[in-house]
Design a protein around this ligand. Structure first.
Ligand SMILES: C[S@@+](CC[C@H](N)C(=O)[O-])C[C@H]1O[C@@H](n2cnc3c(N)ncnc32)[C@H](O)[C@@H]1O
Length: 287
C-alpha cells in the first residue's frame, strides 16, 4: 500500500544528508513513530536502536520494518537513553511530538478535529491524562499552563470558562474542550487558540520539555567524536531548548553546529504535507 503524504517522514532527505549513514554504523532513532526515518537508515546499511514510548507505534513500526534485521526496538521514554545504550553511536535522531498515526487515531485524544476522550498520553501506561488536568487544576494553574506551554494570550479567559463548565459536569472529550475554548475567546484566531490549548495539555501530560532537555544532554554524551545529532521540532518551545542546548555545547567545544539557523522543509514538501510546515531541523556534530 502506498504511504499517504501524512505518513511520510518529515524532512527525510535533509535528515539522511546530515546523518550520512554508512554500512555498519549505529544510529539511535529516539522517536520511531511510523518508522519512516528508521527505514531510510536501515536501507543505507545502518544499524538502528529505536525508541518509542508508545507501544502501538512500536508494534506498527515493527510490522512495517519486519524485513530488517539490524534494528532493536525499545519501549521507553527517550529521556532514558543511557539506561539502554552503553557504547557510543554514530548518529541520533529526534523527530519530536506526536506521529500522524497518533493524530489519526481519535481514541488517543490528540486530534482537535475528531471526537475522542481527553487523553493525550503517548505512553498509555502513564497515569496523568489531559482530562485529569482539565478537571482538577485550579483556574490559576490552568492559566499558567496555557500561557507557558501554549503561549496563549487568552489563557485567563479560557481557564475561567473551563472551570465554569466543569462545575456542571466533568469535561470528558476533545470536542467539548474545543467548543469551550472557541466560546471563550473573540471570533478571530479561534483555531490557533484551540491548537495552543491542545499543545499545552499534550506537553504537560507527557512532560515533553523536561524529557527533551534530559535526552539532548544524554544523546550528545553518547555520540562518538564525529557523530551527528539531528533534531526536528514542531513548536517554538521545543526549538528554543534545542537551540540553547546546542549553542551552549558549541561554546564549550563539545559540538560543532551544522545549522546556524534551523532548516525548514522545502516548498514542495510544505505544499504536499501540512504537518511538515511547522518543522524546524537543527543538526550538530560531536567534536
Ligand atoms: C513525529 S513522530 C516520529 C515519526 C517518525 N520519525 C517516522 O518516520 O514515522 C514522534 C514519535 O515519537 C514518540 N515520542 C515522543 N516523545 C517521546 C519520548 N519522550 N520518548 C519516546 N518516544 C517519544 C511518539 O510516541 C511518536 O510515535
Amino acid at each position: 500500500m502506498a504511504i499517504s503524504y501524512q505518513h511520510r517522514p518529515v524532512m527525510l532527505k535533509e535528515t539522511v544528508e546530515f546523518l550520512k549513514p554508512a554500512p555498519g554504523q549505529v544510529f539511535v532513532d529516539a522517536t520511531l513513530g511510523g518508522g519512516g526515518h528508521a527505514e531510510a537508515l536501515l536501507a543505507a546499511g545502518g544499524q538502528v536502536i529505536a525508541f518509542d514510548q508508545d507501544r502501538d507505534a512500536l508494534a506498527a513500526a515493527k510490522a512495517r520494518l519486519a524485513g530488517h534485521e539490524n534494528i532493536e526496538f525499545i519501549h521507553d521514554n527517550f529521556s532514558n537513553l543511557k539506561k539502554h545504550i552503553k557504547a557510543p553511536v554514530d548518529g541520533i535522531l529526534f523527530d519530536l511530538g506526536v506521529s500522524s498515526y497518533q493524530l489519526d487515531e481519535s481514541s488517543r485524544g490528540f486530534s482537535l478535529q475528531q471526537a475522542g476522550p481527553l487523553d493525550m498520553r503517548m505512553n498509555k501506561a502513564a497515569q496523568l491524562t489531559a482530562a485529569d488536568i482539565v478537571n482538577a487544576y485550579s483556574v490559576d494553574e490552568l492559566a499558567r499552563l496555557f500561557k507557558e506551554y501554549g503561549e496563549e494570550r487568552f489563557a485567563g479567559r479560557i481557564s475561567r470558562a473551563i472551570c465554569a463548565r466543569r462545575e456542571k459536569q466533568p469535561i470528558a472529550t476533545t470536542l467539548e474542550l474545543k467548543e469551550i475554548v472557541e466560546k471563550a475567546i473573540p471570533t478571530w484566531k479561534k483555531r490557533e487558540s484551540v491548537t495552543r490549548v491542545f499543545q499545552a495539555l499534550r506537553i504537560a501530560v507527557n512532560q515533553e520539555l523536561d524529557s527533551l532537555q534530559l535526552a539532548l544532554d544524554a544523546a550528545v554524551d553518547l555520540l562518538k567524536p564525529g557523530g551527528r545529532i539531528v533534531v526536528i521540532s514542531y513548536h517554538s518551545l521545543e526549538d528554543r531548548i534545542v537551540k540553547h542546548t546546542f549553542r551552549e555545547l558549541a561554546k564549550n567545544a563539545i559540538l560543532h553546529l551544522l545549522t546556524k539557523k534551523p532548516q525548514l522543509p522545502g516548498e514542495a514538501e510544505a505544499a504536499e504535507n501540512p504537518r511538515s510546515r511547522s518543522a524546524k531541523l537543527r543538526a550538530a556534530e560531536k567534536l
